[in-house]
Design a protein around this ligand. Structure first.
Ligand code: 3HC
Length: 694
């Protein structure tokens, strides 16, 4: 074995040359890797004893793409195009041997091999779109030549990781190797190619599938139309589509030029900068400075849930889906039956939609043990309380759990804002108490706020973070404060939205501005969806707020067919409501205020800047570890458009000095709700950004 460079080896097995990359964690195409590939292929091609060349990777995966951390800086080392050219033009067959994932630039490298072999567990994809990019190394030109235009469109705009078997079926992979025996399989395959004198297949020369799509522009028109909602606000999907169009309409080299031009454009866009920032933010959120990687974990083999309502049932489904049995406790049989029926209904719907076979529904339901007796939680490793948001009830439950649960069990609350230290104080084991704040619907929403109380042990934190991954959630560790991170910032936005309505804006004006910013819906549409009567008590309602008046008129949101908006009884489409408008106008005139038209700019700034400011306060109080954690919460839990990075990234993007100046201007005219956070003042004074706090 010869070391080509620190991350690349060259070896021979008889007449087969083997280039092995080993650049942890994911063999990304850094300058060193590109250099290694370039020199490795040069050596293999020059070696007269070598008849075919296998490219394989050590570690967990084949090349997972370009090295994203290099983007935006000067790129040293060999160019990827030179590497690809050398592979494709090699006079000896080149075989890419794939395990783990061949993604982005990794798949683009593999597409320049003459043949590809993969283990069954491998996956291939071009996920650049998720970074606000497009495949910039020929992927958009080569993939449709193998997969066909429609499949290529789907793959580049979704970024999906396609399983090896499907890759084999579409010809993206030529052969499957036995799991765990990729190297042997690849060498044997290479020998077969040499023995059979198979041709040097260049994907770029295969135009058959493109010819089929020529003269059918409706393929693209239909695709754009079908996905318009999904792509709204994003720039990269359209750029990806245009590249595939170029593959169909232009010769290969010309298509490559279009790809390169559009790649440059998306790469320079703030959208891609935000999405790349977000990629690392999500991974950073897993790192807890004072909880080392080797912190002992508590094995979680059985979970208990208290409360079979919407939240409890949804939470329970996450564990069952991951193969962890659940005991779910309710106070009354009918509530338990109702809860389990809803869960079954959810599973049946998934089965009908083809997510899994119908037989799976019963298998999953068999993992639920319903009980009316809290003592059946005695052997659970984790218990999550998901009952009403009332401190007295929660304290009572935790007192009982403390007596019932086995030593070492984690006692979690799903509260969305109550003081977890107070809840923990009723137990003799506050170190076992933690907040696991799921978002509704809990079986769907990705975000999990993990709330660390004063005494929560490191083991309990590490186990909760790990468990979040097991059940497919994106976890962010936050501290105890009213509303934690997500709802606290939501409160800052909601207050201003409400105030603007009292000043003359209509709910749909506010919602439209936020929708255009990229949110799936604005705060008023969101209230209608959740139900305006959450926390509203009929007996205590005296028309003191617009919400009171709406609820009193039985306009309680979507469920009653009317709330801030009117809802079409057939389509459930929202329409601005003349009734609401009159209610608001009467309310404002009674308050003696002169309504005014609020410009869109002001609506946006008054909604968004207080959020950034609240985020700064959260950081000051150390309720979030880092600014990017706040962004992960907002992107995953509240629909903040990922191409704007999150509120803190957005603050950096527009300039904290600008945010501060506006907050001061608003404070002068509208009071201390706009008082700038000390941290915001400090960062501006020091000429720094939130990202400097990392
Ligand atoms: N560049 C740099 N670092 C990368 C990386 C990449 N392409 N992919 C992953 N990493 C890093 C992560 O930041 C993480 O670092 P950390 O341990 O310091 O936090 C580490 O590798 C492991 O990543 P994950 O925690 O995500 O590990 P998983 O096993 O869960 O997932 C993966 C592995 C599926 C490969 C996932 O990391 C992934 O999706 N990576 C990105 C793939 C991608 O987008 N490729 C396209 C890049 S752009 C491109 O290729 C442009 C080209 O067309 C020219």
């Amino acid at each position: 074995m010869t070391a080509i460079n620190p991350v690349t080896d060259f070896s021979k097995d008889g007449e087969i040359g083997i280039i092995t990359l080993n650049s942890p964690p994911v063999n990304a195409l850094s300058a060193k890797v590109r250099d290694g590939l370039f020199e490795g292929f040069k050596a293999a091609i020059a070696d007269p004893a070598v008849k075919a060349i296998v490219l394989i990777c050590d570690g967990r995966t084949f090349i997972a793409g370009a090295d994203i951390s290099e983007f935006g800086g000067a790129m040293g080392g060999a160019s990827l195009f030179d590497v690809q050219n050398m592979m494709e033009e090699s006079p000896k067959p080149v075989i890419a041997a794939i395990h783990g994932t061949a993604l982005g630039g990794g798949l683009e490298v593999a597409l320049c091999a003459h043949y590809r072999i993969a283990v069954p567990s491998a996956r291939c994809g071009l996920p650049e779109v998720n970074l606000g990019l497009l495949p910039g190394a020929g992927g958009t030109q080569r993939l449709p030549r193998i997969a066909g235009v429609e499949k290529a469109l789907e793959m580049v705009t979704s970024g999906q990781h396609v399983p090896a078997k499907e890759c084999l079926a579409m010809g993206l992979v030529d052969e499957l190797a036995e799991e765990g025996k990729l190297k042997d399989g690849a060498i044997a395959f290479a020998r077969k190619i040499v023995a059979e004198n198979r041709p040097l297949v260049k994907v770029r020369d295969n135009n058959k599938k493109l010819e089929e799509a020529k003269g059918h522009p409706e393929i693209f028109a239909n695709f754009r139309k079908a996905n318009a909602r999904k792509f709204r606000g994003f720039k990269a999907p359209e750029a990806n589509i245009q590249c595939i169009e170029a593959a169909v309409s232009l010769p290969f080299e010309e298509g490559l030029k279009v790809e390169r031009k559009l790649f440059g454009e998306v790469m320079m866009s703030p959208h891609s900068a935000a999405q790349r920032y977000y990629f690392f933010a999500e991974r950073q959120a897993n790192k807890i400075p004072d909880v080392p990687d080797d912190t002992p974990l508590i094995p979680i083999k059985k979970v208990g849930i208290i409360g079979a309502g919407t939240m409890g049932g949804g939470i329970a489904m996450n564990f069952v889906n991951a193969g962890i049995p659940v005991t779910i406790v309710e106070v009354k049989q009918d509530a338990l039956d109702r809860g389990l029926k809803v869960v079954r209904g959810n599973y049946e719907r998934s089965a009908k939609n083809g997510r899994f076979p119908m037989s799976e529904v019963d298998k999953r339901m068999a993992m639920f043990n319903g009980s009316l007796d809290m003592s059946s939680l005695a052997d659970c490793d984790l218990v999550i309380e998901a009952v009403f948001e009332r401190m007295d009830i929660k304290k009572d439950i935790f007192t009982r759990l403390d007596a019932i649960c086995k030593p070492g069990a984690i006692l979690a609350t799903n509260t969305s804002g109550l003081n977890i230290d107070e809840i923990a104080s009723v137990t003799k084991r506050p170190e076992a108490v933690i907040g696991l704040h799921f978002f509704s619907p809990a079986n769907v929403m990705k975000l999990l706020e993990i709330v660390r109380a004063d005494h929560t042990s490191k083991s309990v934190i590490a186990t909760s973070m790990k468990l979040a991954k097991t059940i497919g959630k994106i976890a962010v560790l936050v501290g105890v404060c009213p509303g934690f991170v997500g709802n606290r910032i939501l409160g800052a936005r909601g207050r201003e939205a409400q105030k603007m309505v009292l000043e003359g804006a209509m709910p749909w004006d506010v919602d439209r501005v936020l929708y255009d910013f990229g949110f799936p819906m604005g705060p008023f549409a969101m209230s209608d969806l959740a139900g305006l009567d959450i926390g509203w008590v009929k007996e205590k309602s005296h028309g003191e707020t617009i919400r009171d008046v709406l609820c009193e008129a039985d306009r309680r949101g979507q469920k009653t067919g009317a709330g801030y908006y009117d809802y079409d009884p057939e389509t459930r489409a929202a329409k601005p409501s003349p009734v609401t408008e009159k209610i608001i106008k009467d309310f404002v005139s009674k308050s003696g205020k002169n309504p005014r038209t609020i410009p869109d700019d002001e609506i946006l700034e008054r909604c968004i800047y207080p959020m950034i400011n609240e985020g700064a306060k959260i950081l000051e109080e150390k309720k979030a570890i880092r600014p990017s954690d706040i962004d992960v919460v907002w992107v995953n839990g509240y629909g903040w458009p990922v191409y704007r990075g999150g509120p803190m990234h957005y603050g950096d993007f527009i300039g904290l000095d600008k945010v501060l100046a506006k907050m001061k201007e608003f404070q002068a005219t509208m009071g201390d709700a706009f008082k700038p956070a000390a941290l915001l003042e400090k960062l501006v004074a020091e000429g720094k950004k939130f990202s400097d706090l990392r």
